[in-house]
Design a protein around this ligand. Structure first.
Ligand code: NDP
Ligand code: 8X3
Length: 250
């Protein structure tokens, strides 16, 4: 039977590549993000491969999030796979210089937004006693790096929430997985550095992971036999050994 996936942060990077990868495999898609034009062009590009429905909302807004999920028409209202991907880093500053607005953005989007979306979708999964939730964490959720403070805290929280979900949803036969990438070349650093040129240097001098690399891994995880759950994956580019050790040829 055709499955339906709900992908947050589908307008860019890992979420967008995952939408393409899933469409290639005929998975029906609910694609979410704040940038409506990007959602509309994705819908145009993918609708010849699969059924696509777009939802334009900000995961920080509790009411918008619940209304968006409640607005889903058939067959999109029955979600088999939830990809909690929307998120970003905002700023890279020592804790004493950090911006409270940046801290709010990271906690509100990466942690609370993920919780709102999950809260809106989990009841139908528990009712059906099936489903698969993939939370996009980060290597920053396993290891804190200099100036990463609050972003790392938000991703450590994602990992803790993932583990909690896996335990609590276990009686319902729902799979929960964490995908934790290292350096992936997306719009992530543009957002982190607010358009500053510093973003251009982050992926220079080595072969960074590409969004497609992670999308293929996500598809692998969701396409295992029903009895297999890949609980947690940490993925680095070859040049990266941990958050602070990257072999660069500059
Ligand atoms: P991008 O900046 O390319 O994509 C981020 C996505 O999140 C966009 O589609 C954006 O959509 C969406 N988003 C951001 N804020 C909100 C919001 N308030 N409401 C709804 N959607 C939102 O970055 P990546 O693809 O790299 O990031 C995706 C995930 O992967 C994030 O959780 C990130 O932390 C994680 N990650 C990234 C790594 C990297 O090195 N790039 C490594 C490890 C993890 P829009 O702006 O249209 O709303
Ligand atoms: C993104 C990877 O190292 O920029 O989560 O924090 S890193």
């Amino acid at each position: 039977m055709t499955k339906t996936a709900f992908i947050t942060g589908a307008t860019s990077g890992i979420g967008r590549a995952t939408a393409y990868e899933f469409a290639k495999h005929g998975i029906n898609l609910v694609l979410c993000g704040r940038r409506l034009e990007r959602l509309q062009s994705l819908e145009q590009e993918l609708k010849h491969l699969t059924e696509v429905h777009i939802l334009n909302f900000d995961v920080r807004d509790k009411a918008e999030t619940f209304n968006a999920v409640e607005s889903l028409p058939k067959p999109f209202d029955s979600i088999d796979i939830l990809i909690n991907n929307a998120g970003n880093a905002h700023g890279l500053d020592p804790i004493q210089d950090g911006s409270i607005d940046d801290w709010d953005a990271m906690m509100d989007i990466n942690v609370k937004g993920l919780l709102y979306v999950s809260k809106a979708i989990i009841p139908q999964m528990t009712a059906r006693q099936s489903g698969h939730i993939i939370n996009i964490g980060s290597s920053a959720g396993k290891e804190v790096y200099p100036k990463g403070n609050v972003y790392c805290a938000s991703k450590h929280a994602v990992l803790a929430v993932t583990e909690g979900m896996r335990i609590d949803l276990n009686p319902f036969g729902i799979k929960v997985s964490a995908i934790n990438p290292g350096l992936v070349e997306t719009e992530f650093s543009k957002v982190r550095f607010k358009g500053d040129d510093k973003a251009n240097d982050v992926y220079k001098g080595f072969d960074a992971l590409q969004a497609q690399d992670i999308a293929e891994i996500i598809y692998f995880v969701i396409s295992r036999p029903d009895h297999v759950n890949i609980a947690d994956m940490l993925i680095f580019p070859k040049a990266q050994a941990n958050s602070t050790t990257v072999k660069k040829d500059l």
